[in-house]
Design a protein. Structure first.
Length: 398
């Protein structure tokens, strides 16, 4: 990932640094290996830029939030949706599962935990944080939030199938942390976290959130780490000649013949794997990842309210959190824009590189592309297309 792209993603501090402190040390010593706790130190605000108690109140009382984007649990047991939702109408259509603020408040007062699910899909600051973390780690991320009232019991001891960062946003909470699958045996850690503190749990780490004497709100960032077995299985799956064909009927009575044919097919598979272009496979996975992220293009609707007019006098900037990674192929230039790919003639590569290098606060006059695109009409067409695709914005719109 180019440094210019990383600099445009997230807040002042990169998300991984906020989660783990020193990223290099974390990746070398903790990642996928051991549970760890990091104190917030110089972050007195915790993660309230991502989630505050006021945000929770606003989500549940003013936005007609619907399930499954929220649910309530108590002592580890799910409370039926009928206990805290109602039905309404949108035009002529019935809409079930709408939050009932009064009933949610009542259950919360009785010790229920509020779970906000999929925040990376509908909370802008969380979506931006998640985007930055995905680009730093190279793995998809998701975010839920848990708001537990004072004196309530948290979740029982359990494990998650994916890696987890716990980000304490407000209040305090106690955790019981057992050793991770790859960690030497040790006694469980009894940890109280405060705003700004984080916990890292590799997949399969037993943990429990315990009762506390203060209201608590934390975000759970799930990291769906790709496994080498999936990468290799995908490559092997392309070797159709070695893998196709039925196992012969009657193989039970002649296992020796079965073993002989199996050996031949394994040899053919090994030969096919030896010819795999690993650089091509790596490039394909990278291209797929950088073109399937959730779009973050706030302002595009407002910008479309009037015709998009671009000429040499126009000034554009990179839309915040936009991605633009360029792949020069023999017959075309491919721009990876986060949630899509854009193909264009190779001759546009120099101009696109100039645009992709734009920093967070930099502006570009369309006429500044003249050294790479002498024709004014071509410059306008390219920039207008990038505005429509959500990568650029006319200066002053965002």
């Amino acid at each position: 990932m180019s440094q210019s792209t990383l600099e445009r993603i997230g807040a002042e501090r990169p998300p991984l640094e906020r989660c783990a402190g020193a990223p290099r040390s974390f990746l070398e010593n903790d990642w996928g290996t051991r549970a760890s706790v990091r104190r917030g130190g110089a972050s007195p605000g915790g993660f309230e830029d991502l989630l505050s108690l006021d945000d929770v109140d606003r989500f549940l009382t003013t936005t007609a939030l619907r399930s499954p984007f929220f649910r309530l649990v108590k002592a580890g047991e799910r409370i039926p949706e009928s206990a805290y939702t109602r039905s309404g109408r949108a035009g002529s259509r019935p809409v079930p599962g709408i939050v009932d603020p009064a009933r949610v408040a009542s259950l919360f007062g009785e010790g229920a935990t509020i779970v906000l699910q999929g925040l990376h899909r509908w909370s802008e600051p969380v979506a931006r944080f998640c985007r930055g973390l995905e680009l730093e780690l190279g793995h998809p991320c998701q975010v839920n939030a848990y708001i537990t009232p004072a004196g309530a019991q948290g979740l029982d001891l359990h494990t998650d199938a994916h890696d987890v960062f716990v980000l304490q946003a407000f209040g305090r909470k106690r955790w019981e942390l057992h050793e991770a699958p790859g960690e030497p045996a040790r006694d469980p850690l009894d940890v109280e976290v405060r705003p700004g503190d984080t916990i890292y749990l590799p997949a399969g780490t037993p943990h429990a959130a315990r009762a506390q004497d203060e209201l608590s709100g934390h975000l759970t960032v799930g990291i769906h780490v790709a496994r080498w077995r999936d990468v290799l299985a995908g490559i092997a799956g392309r070797s159709a000649d070695a893998l196709d064909g039925p196992v012969p009927a009657g193989w039970l009575v002649d296992p020796g013949a079965f073993a002989e044919e199996l050996g031949g097919r394994l040899g053919a598979l090994a030969s096919a794997l030896g010819e795999v272009d690993v650089q091509s496979v790596a490039g394909e996975r990278r291209e797929r990842f950088l073109s399937t992220r959730a779009t973050l293009a706030r302002g595009t609707i407002a910008e479309r309210a009037t015709p998009i007019t671009v000429d040499d006098r126009s000034v554009v900037t990179r839309r915040p959190d936009s991605i633009c990674e360029l792949l020069v192929k023999p017959d075309r230039l491919v721009a990876l824009l986060g949630d899509r790919t854009l193909e264009m003639p190779v001759r546009l590569a120099p101009a696109m590189r100039q645009i992709a290098r734009l920093g967070v606060d930099e502006a570009l006059a369309v006429r500044d592309l003249a050294q790479h695109l002498p024709d004014a009409a071509s410059r306008a067409v390219l920039v207008r297309r990038l505005v429509r695709e959500g990568m650029l914005t006319i200066a002053g719109w965002h």
